[in-house]
Design a protein around this ligand. Structure first.
Ligand SMILES: *[C@@H]1O[C@H](CO)[C@@H](O)[C@H](O)[C@H]1NC(C)=O
Ligand SMILES: CC(=O)N[C@H]1CO[C@H](CO)[C@@H](O)[C@@H]1O
Length: 734
């Protein structure tokens, strides 16, 4: 192709209104400076430093600094659009192979039927089947999951042709059956009925096998695969189990319409108690090696087992980025947002992470690309395996195919099983320079970061119709636990040798370093937030003023910052597609995350630094009975777990603010309004009042609710006691 005829496969646009945003941000920066200046100049009273003010100053310095960091994810937002028709015109016959990795780890939390729905949705991608391979990594080594996958490999022969014939979307059977189907044409309705029947029969067999704990004679006879469980002793102690269920290279592998099928592989890597398994990163690395001997697709898609594909064209979208002749050479991975199909309208737990997906990741894209968030991400195989970026070099997409050896499938399986053994990685660069990195709870983020530090870019692909939909946490506890894990992992990155600051400096854009830092510094936010949500209220009770009085000009920067902060975040939230009540819920969860998840994350990180391996913190199991599900759908907060330390903190804090507020009101009434100076207390009254308002669902759960999701009374009692003692102590000594 000549230079002049080049038409790009994708286009990039800057966000609209970015000049207005920049002016606005500058005005807020000026506001911050004023507040800092006010604190610095008013910190003494009668020549003595006011100790409570030092904390306020510290908190405000932190908030200001953190706000500056968050500008990196807003300043330079960009949006992408792809041209899939051009891709087909130019490359339809030379499309690269794509290997899809689905990871599952526990058949109880991640039911096999959900896993195979995800698998079926990606097997049915609109893509040449002989170039598509799907690998399931089962870290539990569960024969139930294997059996479900075996069933899915049969069902796929009916499902895929059905999807293609009628252009069905989305292609997860369960999601498809959930849709309204009464407007279908009779011809499709008939097909749907028969495919649905097959699905339900399959589901019943899988359920039954799980219940009985054994498999039908047919399945056992038909598939030699089950014999590999003969030596299985436990989830953490077994041989590698590798099974190629559909061999896409085999011309015999055909669906009911006579079309080829994608390759389908089951892998449970070897586990031994004496070898550490490195969680998902270890599973991914085993898959990278095993797949390199089977299909060796130059593109790897990694999805969690609960995230089905909602768009059968996603692979083509992504190839527009990778194959673009001018701008595709430095792209290492393309990340989709993490979206969910079971979000309620007003997102009680802020589960959709709306603003992160619709705003912030676009901002990172403007500085070199989003983080790798561990699911919904397409990688180039070579960059994932450690390749460095060299300017000017062009990648040959076609040279990767695996030579045909003439082995039988059993021989092939036997030969490459070794690649998934515990000892294979000894004395290699796996987990370090190659594959996903080990030793960090958020291995995905650090892996993406180190790829970017080798000179590569990533791209954020967020088309209107979402590419992948997963399941979001449905209780408060799950949400807080998840955020504890994330914020803790991110903080560990910050303190590790791969800190965005010292490792990234000079290797990636400074804006991207700031962007990474906003996430890596989630957890330290807890201190300033805790201070701000306790001390002003206690001082209110005592009558100590911490903010300028209403008639002073100094009130202006405070008022400006408070009003713009909330007006802006409200507008941003609505713009991202949320509801007004959703925003209010988001504010509450913001407070809860900061005062509990982030606090525990910071404490645990500190304990690890000084040598304690782990705090006594226990992660509670995922509860998901019908009651809980129903309350989730009614958007009632779920507090009915006694084992978590989170709620004690949240409740104590809420009670503290309630008591301070009531105490203040009583004082005003008693004094008949004479002694109490509203002028100098105005901001504290507002702050404490808002904290009480935002906690209303919590008071409700503690004092009024009767259902099982209410606050356990032991937690309420303890918290009331703690809050009262805190109030009394502080009142006496402050
Ligand atoms: C998922 O796909 C369907 C159609 O395929 C579409 O109507 C729906 O809006 C998509 N969901 C999301 C959240 O984008
Ligand atoms: C509100 C909502 O859509 N809830 C769904 C979340 O996902 C689970 C599991 O798929 C469903 O059972 C819920 O109905």
């Amino acid at each position: 192709m000549t230079e002049s005829s080049y038409t790009p496969l994708f286009e990039t646009k800057r966000a609209k209104g970015s000049l207005i945003y920049k002016l606005f941000a500058i005005s807020r920066f000026v506001g911050i400076i004023f507040i800092w200046f006010y604190r610095a100049t008013h910190i003494t009273e009668n020549g003595r430093i006011r100790p409570v003010w030092i904390g306020m100053f510290g908190a405000e310095i932190w908030f200001g600094f953190y706000w500056i960091l968050t500008q990196a994810v807003r300043w330079n937002r960009i949006y992408r659009r792809t041209f899939k028709d051009r891709l087909s015109q130019r490359y339809e016959n030379d499309l690269p192979g794509v290997d899809i990795f689905v990871c599952t780890a526990d058949p109880n939390i991640e039911p096999p039927i959900m896993v195979i729905n995800t698998v079926l949705s990606v097997m049915a991608y609109d893509y040449p089947p002989e170039k598509l391979s799907v690998y399931l990594s089962d870290d539990a080594g569960s024969d139930n999951t294997f059996y479900a996958l075996l069933e899915a490999s049969h069902f796929a022969k009916h499902w895929i042709p059905y999807c293609k014939k009628f252009g069905v979307e989305p292609r997860s059977p369960e999601a498809h059956f959930r849709l309204e189907t009464n407007k279908l044409e009779p011809y499709q309705a008939q097909h749907l009925a028969s495919v649905k029947k097959l699905y339900q029969d399959m589901e019943n067999r899988i359920e039954l096998a799980k219940k009985l704990g054994n498999f039908s004679k047919n399945a056992l006879l038909e598939h030699r695969g089950f014999s590999k469980w003969d030596t299985f002793s436990s989830k953490g102690d077994h041989d590698s189990i590798l099974q190629i269920l559909i061999d896409g290279r085999d011309a015999e592998a055909k669906d009911t319409e006579g079309c080829r099928l994608p390759t389908l592989v089951y892998l449970a890597r070897e586990k031994r108690p004496e070898h550490f398994h490195n969680f998902k990163a270890g599973a991914m690395n085993a898959l990278i090696r095993v797949s390199s001997e089977i299909s060796n697709g130059p593109i790897i898609l990694n999805v969690d087992c609960d995230m089905y594909s909602n768009n059968s064209h996603s692979i083509r979208d992504v190839l527009c980025f990778f194959l673009d002749e001018e701008k595709g050479h430095d792209v290492a991975f393309v990340q989709f947002p993490q979206d969910f199909h079971n979000i309620t309208k007003n997102e009680l737990y802020g589960g959709s992470m709306r603003v992160i997906c619709e705003v912030e990741l676009h901002g990172l894209d403007g500085y070199g690309g989003p983080l790798y968030i561990g699911t919904g991400c397409f990688h180039r195989r070579d960059t994932l395996c450690g390749r460095k970026f060299i300017k000017g070099s062009k990648f040959q997409w076609k040279e990767n195919s695996v030579p045909k050896t003439g082995e039988s499938i059993a021989e092939l399986e036997e030969r490459i099983k070794e690649l998934a053994s515990c000892t294979f990685e000894k004395n290699t660069q796996w987990g370090n320079e190659m594959g996903l990195k080990y030793g960090c709870p958020v291995e995905d983020v650090i892996t993406g970061f180190s790829i970017q530090c080798r000179g590569w870019k990533s791209i954020y692909s967020n088309p209107e119709r979402k590419g992948f939909l997963g399941v979001s946490g449905t209780t408060l506890d799950q949400t807080l636990v998840q955020h504890k894990r994330w914020s803790e992992g991110d903080l560990q990155i910050m303190l590790s040798k791969f800190s965005p600051i010292w490792y990234g400096l000079g290797k990636i854009d400074f804006g991207l370093i700031m962007g990474y830092s906003t996430y890596c510094l989630w957890s330290p936010n807890c201190f300033a937030t805790l201070y701000y949500s306790m001390i002003p209220s206690i001082c209110l009770l005592k009558g100590v003023s911490l903010f300028p009085q209403v008639s002073s000009l100094w009130i202006l920067p405070f008022a400006y910052m408070i009003i713009t902060e909330h007006a802006y975040s409200f507008a941003e939230y609505l713009w991202s597609g949320g509801t007004a009540l959703g925003w209010w819920n988001e504010q509450r969860i913001w407070l809860y995350k900061r005062t509990s998840s982030y606090l525990f994350a910071a404490i645990d990180t500190f304990l690890k630094l000084v040598g304690y391996s782990d705090s006594a913190f226990v992660i509670s199991a995922k509860v998901s009975d019908q009651d809980v599900e129903q309350r989730y759908e009614q958007e009632k907060m779920e507090f009915g777990v006694t084992t978590t330390p989170f709620f004690a903190i949240l409740t104590s804090l809420a009670m503290l603010n309630l008591f301070c507020f009531i105490g203040m009101v009583l004082k005003v009434i008693r004094a008949g309004g004479v002694e109490f100076d509203h002028e100098i207390m105005a901001l504290q009254i507002v702050l404490c009042g808002v904290l009480v308002l935002i906690n209303l669902p919590l008071y409700n759960a503690a004092f009024f609710r009767k259902d099982k999701g209410r606050m356990p009374s032991s937690v309420t009692l303890k918290s009331v006691f703690v809050a009262l003692s805190l109030c009394t102590c502080c009142y006496a000594f402050l």
